[in-house]
Design a protein around this ligand. Structure first.
Ligand code: NAI
Ligand code: 15L
Length: 271
């Protein structure tokens, strides 16, 4: 599965930064999006405004969709209780609704912070494989590690397929030297989600989500095996960013791991 391209896709977290970018980009790949978020979306009166804790709303949201892109949740560090409700219970609620409704494919927004305490490769070192042991750098990263395990369970037990995308940094432009290695351009993000929705027989597949950056830290082989062909590279932004901030220093703890400053001083979810 799927033998045919899914057409109607539930996009959770549609009001967020990545959700907004994907609302702009995914229709051109042939998708009709059903939008879901706990906050209303301006100009989108049909969007479903509900919390991931609302199981009834989730049941209604998944009814009749061909696939789900699950972006909703706390996207930075927060107290364990908040992460538990939004990211852990919320993702469980989403998978239960998908299973009950017979939705066959989920694309799960995992994060590099599921493996954030992995030593980042130095030039010439091998790229980090998807099989590297999970080393979450925060409760946030831990919730993404949980999401990947939940996805594996729902495939093994219930036949719900997932592509877990360990997204690097998906923003319009890289804004730090670290992001030169982990950046995923929005256009490549849409290409990767498209590949994750359409590849056949993915079972549970874990991929890194980034562009084909010259300074890449991880191995994109499993993403390319889905049919993903990244078109972008952060390198044109490198000269300006390096001139402003200098090259990464392996002796600096903020620069030593994939997760960057999440390992030392994580940004905190504002709500
Ligand atoms: P964001 O914080 O801008 O958007 C998250 C959205 O989820 C928000 O609109 C928020 O209202 C919604 N949300 C939060 N808790 C919810 C709940 N309990 N019920 C319903 N909706 C809820 O985050 P962003 O950057 O758009 O990221 C989207 C997803 O991708 C997140 O899961 C994040 O962890 C993941 N990700 C994003 C990366 C990036 O570079 N943008 C990097 C790695 C992972
Ligand atoms: C993430 O997981 C966050 O959701 C995003 O806001 C960025 O901080 C990104 O990681 C990153 O590592 O740059």
């Amino acid at each position: 599965m799927p033998a045919e391209k899914p057409r109607t896709v539930l996009l959770t977290g549609a009001a967020g930064g990545l959700g907004t970018l994907m609302r702009e980009l995914l229709p051109a790949h042939g998708y009709t999006l059903r939008l879901f978020d706990m906050v209303p979306i301006e100009g989108e009166p049909d969007a479903i405004t509900a919390d991931l804790g609302d199981r009834e709303a989730l049941r209604a949201a998944v009814t009749g969709v061909d696939a789900i892109i699950h972006l909703a949740g706390i996207s930075l560090e927060a107290s364990f209780d908040k992460i538990l409700r939004a990211n852990i219970e919320g993702t469980y609620n989403l998978y239960e609704a998908a299973r009950e409704a017979g939705v066959r494919r989920v694309v799960f927004a995992s994060s590099n912070h599921a493996v954030g305490f992995t030593q980042r490769p130095l030039p010439g070192d091998p790229l980090i494989p998807v099989e590297t042991p999970r080393r979450p750098d925060t409760f946030y990263g831990l919730s993404k590690s949980f999401g990947e395990d939940l996805a594996q369970l729902y495939w093994d037990l219930h036949g719900v397929e997932t592509v877990s995308v360990r997204i690097g940094s998906c923003f319009p432009e890289p804004t730090s030297v670290r992001m030169l290695s982990v950046w995923m351009s929005p256009a490549d993000g849409a290409r990767l989600f498209d590949a994750a929705l359409t590849a056949e027989n993915v079972g549970h597949t874990v991929v890194y989500g980034s562009s084909d950056n010259t300074r890449l830290w991880w191995d994109l082989t499993s993403a390319r095996a889905l049919g993903y062909e990244p078109q972008d590279d952060s390198e044109p932004y490198a000269a300006k960013l390096v001139a402003e901030h200098g090259e990464l220093d392996p002796a600096n703890p903020d620069h030593a791991h994939l997760g960057g400053h999440f390992c030392t001083n994580p940004p905190i979810w504002p709500h």
